[in-house]
Write a protein that binds this ligand. Structure first.
Ligand SMILES: Nc1nc2c(c(=O)[nH]1)N[C@H]1C(S)=C(S)[C@@H](COP(=O)(O)OP(=O)(O)OC[C@H]3O[C@@H](n4cnc5c(N)ncnc54)[C@H](O)[C@@H]3O)O[C@H]1N2
Ligand code: MOO
Length: 621
């Protein structure tokens, strides 16, 4: 039966309630220290012996009795006989019984094979490592519920601990469901998709110290699913199901859990991640994650990670937050807590965050993201320039080498990005209309803007400012991309007859050109139906897949997707940057790359690009 009613719970409330209902009694096992990396201690670890166990030399030199050096002075050196009163000693050697101090070799005068001279008195116990300086026998070296790091392994071994008591890790069943799924390595046919979430889920489980038990794909058949969950509950400590959590005709997960046990909560008030299922079967937690990769990821972090933390009694790290300015507006609906993926850049020492693609199916945008922006349930979002908090999922500062390029979308940027990446920089394109790009630059929210066409026409006022410079990017050919011939003369007719058109965001050059073309053709823009895509490649992919008929693009992308290309116009593309930025290491590198023969050759080889003047200064405004 299809489910139509949702009683959504706030995320924090659902998590608290679920965790309260779950009880674990993990067992303890003893493992050799040599195999204990990343395991979690079940009891405090106590040193078996002191380190050092006896006094040791801390320096290379001679071991002496301190009282025999009392009279020593630079002009009145004391002579000591080797063997009886002084002994050559190396760092780490045990101290001979008669001695109680070490004089470093640099401060020793060698008289002959039998004698050395001392020029200054030395206090007793100088340069000697005392018994128990590092660890004393019986001392606690690691607390309980501590994740064992390589340094801990070293400390344990040194202090005589060879076996350590650790929690047995939870075995977690991973059950991907869906008749449309095929295993990784198999080529999906139309209507099939590669089972990728299971690998992602297993990877995070391993990272958190659990042992994933991948159960293979279970088709959308209630009996089959029921059996899988039943047997998973028998052999595992927790069960993670993926997909079938929503309201579709083949979404059986919730009814299966209900049949076998109890559903604590179905649905949380979040976007994405809503249709998560929290259940308990035979006392064991069973989590049904939504099928979309982003929703599955979030559900895993929200509910499965805390279960594992509860099992081990240990936190896997605290939220790492930063304050950033928003690069563009973030607009969301109220009614659910929104989780927005963002990428961060640093412009003039200030952190700027840009929202990434929203869809719960757009997994790649999470792999590119630096963190999450959480928008509270009753909030509509924020305006560009406002200050917000981002929860990081990457180490701080990962963005230091990121170059933010706002403005015109262009496949040439991909080549530039490739070239820069081999030199340690990531180019992050922010495709947007020209005006918006200029604004973003003026307000210090990006490093550069890519502009096409004659910008002296569009930007008269700002161009008087001498602190901005223009740099030649390249010359490019633009035109129509389509699957089959329609003939330039008949494109307008085809569009009038309802060809499915895909175009760039408003304010971009391609859009401006198209709007001018419509005017020429006497087409009223309001009569036109179209969909918007961020760049040429998205348009090319849609046309190639038959999801659109025609769109604007470049020869290189048309060729990549096996499409026809009809040239329509040619134009220069230029970068605009603050003059002082060009002197920064990023700025200098960009100029070098633009001028490099390898970049120019690569771009020209793609077809439709000319790079004779790439990297030339057009001058300040
Ligand atoms: N009428 C409604 N439809 C949907 C609702 C709703 O409230 N009413 N919720 C939507 C939301 S929100 C989400 S999230 C999804 C969750 O769907 P399911 O958990 O039932 O998952 P499926 O429909 O089976 O799959 C969704 C999507 O994910 C892909 N998928 C599934 N498993 C895997 C896997 N192992 N690896 C990679 N990708 C996977 C699957 O092919 C689908 O594309 O429901 C909305 N619908
Ligand atoms: O809430 Mo679903 O998780 O967006 O896509």
């Amino acid at each position: 039966m299809r489910q139509t009613e949702w009683k959504l719970a706030p995320l924090d409330e659902a998590r608290e309630r679920f965790l309260r209902e779950v009880r674990f009694s993990p067992s303890v096992e003893s493992v050799p220290v040599l195999k204990a990396h990343d395991r979690i201690t079940a009891k405090p670890v106590v040193a078996r012996r002191s380190v050092p166990e006896y006094p040791l030399a801390a320096m290379d030199g001679v071991a002496v009795r301190a009282e025999m050096t009392v009279q020593a002075a630079p002009d009145n050196p004391v002579q000591l006989s080797l063997g009886r009163e002084a002994i050559w000693i190396d760092t780490g050697d045990p101290l001979p019984d008669f001695a109680d101090a070490i004089i470093p070799v640099e401060q020793i005068g060698v008289v002959d094979e039998q004698k050395v001279q001392i020029f200054n008195p030395v206090p007793s116990w100088k340069h000697i490592r005392m018994v128990g300086e590092d660890v004393c026998a019986g001392e606690t070296i690691l607390p309980a519920n501590h994740r064992i790091r390589p340094i801990d392994l070293g400390v344990m071994l040194a202090s005589g601990v060879e076996e350590v008591s650790v929690w047995k890790p939870p075995r977690v069943a991973v059950i991907p469901t869906g008749s449309e799924l095929v295993l990784p390595g198999q080529a999906p046919e139309r209507g099939q998709i590669v089972e990728s979430n299971g690998t992602m889920i297993s990877g995070y489980l391993r990272e958190w110290g659990a042992v994933p038990d991948y159960c293979g794909i279970v088709p959308d058949e209630p009996d089959h699913l029921l059996q899988s969950v039943q047997s998973a509950v028998k052999k595992c400590d927790m069960v993670v199901l993926n997909a079938g959590s929503s309201a579709g005709s083949e979404d059986f997960t919730v009814s299966v859990i209900r049949k076998l046990g109890r559903v604590v909560q179905h649905g949380v008030a979040t976007r994405p991640g809503k249709p998560v299922i929290l259940g308990i079967v035979e006392g064991k937690p069973v989590v049904g994650l939504p099928g979309y990769p982003i929703s599955a990821y979030l559900g895993l972090q929200w509910f499965v990670r805390p279960l594992i933390e509860k099992w081990f009694g240990v936190k896997m790290g605290e939220a790492n937050e930063i304050r950033v300015r928003l690069g563009t507006d973030v607009v969301v609906k109220t009614g659910a807590e929104d989780f927005v993926r963002v990428a961060v850049g640093e412009v003039r020492g200030e952190m700027v965050a840009y929202p990434l693609a929203k869809g719960a199916g757009v997994a790649s945008s999470l792999s590119r993201a630096d963190g999450w922006l959480r928008v509270p349930t009753d909030h509509n979002g924020w305006k560009a320039g406002e200050s917000v908090t981002v929860e990081l999922i990457r180490p701080r500062g990962s963005w230091k080498s990121r170059l933010l390029v706002a403005g015109e979308p262009d496949a040439g940027l991909d080549v530039l990005a490739d070239q820069l990446s081999s030199r340690g920089f990531t180019l992050f394109p922010l495709p947007m209309g020209q005006e918006e790009g200029w604004h973003t630059l003026w307000e210090g929210r990006c490093h550069l803007v890519l502009s096409a066409g004659d910008i002296s026409e569009t930007k008269k006022v700002e161009m008087k400012d001498p602190s901005w410079v223009r740099i030649h990017g390249w010359r490019r050919v633009r035109g129509w991309m389509m699957r089959s011939v329609s003939g330039p003369g008949s494109i307008s007719k085809w569009l009038r007859q309802g060809a499915q058109l895909m175009i760039h965001p408003s304010g971009t050059r391609s859009r401006q050109w198209l709007e001018a073309q419509w005017a020429d053709w006497g087409i009223n823009p309001e009569d036109m139906q179209y969909r918007v895509a961020a760049n040429d490649r998205q348009i090319g992919a849609a046309i190639a897949a038959g999801a659109a008929d025609i769109g604007i693009g470049c020869p290189a992308v048309a060729r990549e997707f096996g499409l026809l290309f009809v040239p329509a116009w040619e134009e220069d593309v230029q970068f605009v940057a603050p003059k002082d930025w060009l002197r920064s290491s990023m700025g200098r590198l960009l100029m070098e790359e633009l001028q490099s023969p390898s970049f120019r050759t690569r771009l020209e080889m793609m077809g439709g690009y000319r790079c004779g003047k790439s990297g030339e200064m057009i001058g300040s405004f």
